[in-house]
Structure formats: C-alpha cells, structure tokens
Design a protein around this ligand. Structure first.
Ligand code: GTR
Length: 390
C-alpha cells in the first residue's frame, strides 16, 4: 500500500508524465512558423535574401529561445598529439589521440579527441566526428571494446577518417554540475536567460575539434560530417547550424528539440524535456512549457539553417518517444529552403517504410527497425550518404 502511494506521489510530482501522446489521431492541428518569411513579413525568394536576412534572423531566434549563445572569443587554443600509432587496426589506420586545450580568462578546458585515419585511402581523408554522449568505452582507442555506436573499423574500411570526443569534457550531463566545463570560461553565459547551456557547450566542443581538423594535413576539413545520437544528435544539429564549416550533419534519433517538430506534441514534449533535463537548454525555453504553438520557431527551421549542406536524420521504429513521423515532416518542411539553392529533395511524399532508407542528399532519412540506438545499420547508411555526395 505504501509503495502504491509513493508511486502515485512520484507521478503527481512529474508534470505531464502521463500526458505523452502516441496516437497519430490525437496530434493537434497546428500551423508551422514560416521559414521563408522575414520577421517583418517579407517573402524570401532568393538565396541572397535567405543568407543576408532570414538565416541570421532564424539563428538568433534559436539562440535566444532555445540553445543559447555560442561564444566565439577565446584567448588561445592548443593542440597536442598525446599518442600516435601508425599501425593501428592491424595496419589499416593511424591512431591519433589529440588534446584540444582552450584558454579564456585564465581558465581552460581540455577536449580529448580519438581519431583514426585510414592508411590506404585517399588523403586528405574526409571525416566523421561523433559527439559521444554514451560511455567512453564506445570509442575505445585500443579497440579492445568494439561497439556499433562508433564502428570505427567499418568507417576506416570505407576510406573515411573517424573521430570522437566525449560530452563530459565540455559539460557534464548533470543538472547540478553541467557548469563545470566550458561555462567556467564564459560565466556570463550562465547568468543570461539566452545563455549557453549543456547542449550548446557540446556543440561548441564540436567546433573546437573542427579547429583542430583544419590543422591536420591528413584530414579534409572541408568534408567533415558531425554525428550525434539522441541528446548528442540535438547537439550535432546545433553545431552544424552554427558552424558552416561542417559539410554534413547527421542527427540520429534526436527527437524533441532535435529533428522532430515540436508542434505535433507527439512523444516527448517541451515541458517534459525541460523538467527532466533543465540544464540542456536556456532559461527562455522554459517559457514554452505546454506552449509549443507560441514558439517563434519549429525544428524544420533548424534544419533549414543547415541548407544547402546535406542533413541525415534517422529514427527507430520502436522509438516513438522521438517521433519518427515528426522528424520526416520537419525535413519535408525544410525542402523549400534547399530549393532556394536549386537543390531538389529526393524524399518521397510520405514517410518511407521501416528499413527503407533514403540516404541521398540533400535531405536523407530512415526509420530503422528496432530500439532507440545508434547502430552499424545507421552508420552504413551515413557512409552511403557521404559516397553519394556530388
Ligand atoms: C531521453 C530524452 C531524449 C533523448 C534521450 C537520449 O531520456 O528524453 O530527449 O535525448 O534521453 O539522449 O538518449
């Protein structure tokens, strides 16, 4: 009896814990904010107007209302090759372990990068870089542990370099301690309602790793795909939106405040994400708890910020929490932004079936059979996207 009472008490304390919708018939009617209309109400008809006016407006709206600012000023950045093994993976790759150290206001953070470069492929090599939000074992430099989350051998065999860094180097994924990383360098961000929080810090880290790639002659820094899964996929989207040096963005099962439309209110909702993970997004985002329709943006606009670069969004059939259909629709609603560049989407009108990938640029999508995860199946298709780029 006491246990039943406690369970009820917990449920009552979790706002909306019981209110998640998984029924397509119950998706409310909604109107998406216009991607191609300026804040002043002008139609955006050209690439120039998009780049000069509308794109900066949308970027600002996402900064102010969701992900926070992205500080660009730093005192110095240093790259140290900590370890190198030219005969890694039975001679197929060169392993480099690189420390990226960033200094500001006599504080510093260190991002530990694991990188494998193929020995028998064209160089400089294009790169996949994973924002790792799971255990560090998943990116084991010794390769004693091998995981589908980061199938480094498969990527190397396909002729690409593969890199990873861990989110905890930038901001611990914890509401009490997330400020003990990059935010120590930028304490003013913590005070600002539109300041950077954990997801922003992880995306910032991806850009610092890109700073390193630009200095490594083995790597083709103009062909880097930033990859993230789930919360890491929210960060990969924000990284590519902010930093146009990323040539490709891959967002795997990123769901709410990732690649899925918020206004569908399907699966995870804003109230829930802000309650469970208050350290992920800025203070202003909390104003939109239960008020999806009042947001000045929706996630098709975040995807639009990546145009004309290729974007791959995935889902898993059992991961309704992350709204596979809402992800597909976000991509569809970004097609018109790519069209400004004369790039035609290859997506079908309706979501393709389970395990029917569309791995072609500019807007790639699949819904893999199974659970919320990042697997070799997903990576195999990311490689197909990279190979099919013009
Ligand atoms: C869930 C969260 C999702 C997603 C996921 C993950 O608990 O609600 O938004 O980020 O965690 O990162 O695996």
């Amino acid at each position: 009896m006491k246990q039943v009472f406690t369970a009820w008490l917990i449920l009552l304390c979790l706002p909306n814990a019981w209110a998640q919708n998984y029924d397509e018939a119950k998706v409310p009617a909604y109107v998406l904010p216009e991607v191609l209309k300026t804040n002043a109400g002008k139609e955006v008809k050209s690439k120039k107007m998009w780049e000069d006016v509308r794109r900066p407006e949308i970027l600002r709206l996402f900064e102010d209302n969701i992900y926070g600012q992205m500080p660009k000023d730093l005192d110095s950045i240093r790259f140290t090759l900590k370890k190198e093994d030219k005969a890694a993976m039975d001679g197929k790759a060169t392993l480099k372990e690189v420390a990226v150290q960033v200094y500001k206001n006599s504080k510093s953070v260190q991002i530990n990068v694991v990188l494998f470069v193929p020995n028998h492929a064209k160089k400089p090599a294009p790169v996949f870089v994973l924002i790792n939000n799971r255990g560090k074992d998943n990116t084991d430099p010794t390769r004693k542990v091998k995981s589908g989350f980061w199938p480094a051998e498969m990527v190397i065999d396909s002729g690409y370099a593969v890199a990873a860094f861990h989110v905890s180097d930038l901001a611990p994924d914890n509401k009490e301690t997330f400020m003990n990383g990059v935010l120590q360098l930028y304490p003013e961000q913590l005070k600002a309602d539109n300041g950077m929080r954990a997801i922003g810090a992880w995306a910032w880290g991806a850009s610092r790793v890109m700073d390193y790639f630009e200095t490594d002659n083995d790597l083709d820094a103009e062909n880097v795909a930033v990859v993230g899964h789930s919360r890491g996929g929210k960060a990969s989207l924000w990284a590519a939106a902010q930093d146009q040096r990323f040539a490709v963005c891959i967002t795997n099962c990123s769901g709410n405040t990732g690649a899925a439309l918020a206004r569908r209110q399907f699966g995870e909702r804003i109230t829930r994400i802000n309650t469970t993970f208050p350290h992920w997004f800025n203070n202003n985002y909390k104003k939109f708890n239960d008020k999806e329709n009042e947001l000045p943006v929706d996630q098709h606009m975040l995807i639009s910020l990546i145009a004309p670069r290729p974007l791959y969004a995935t889902n898993a059939s059992k991961d309704l929490w992350a709204d596979p259909t809402g992800t597909f629709l976000a991509l569809k609603n970004a097609e018109k932004t790519y069209a400004l560049y004369g790039i035609k989407s290859k997506l079908p009108l309706n979501p393709p079936g389970i395990n029917v990938p569309v791995p072609q640029p500019p807007l790639a999508y699949h819904n893999r059979e199974g659970e919320h995860d990042l697997t070799a199946y997903d990576w195999g298709n990311f490689i197909r996207l990279m190979k099919s780029r013009p």
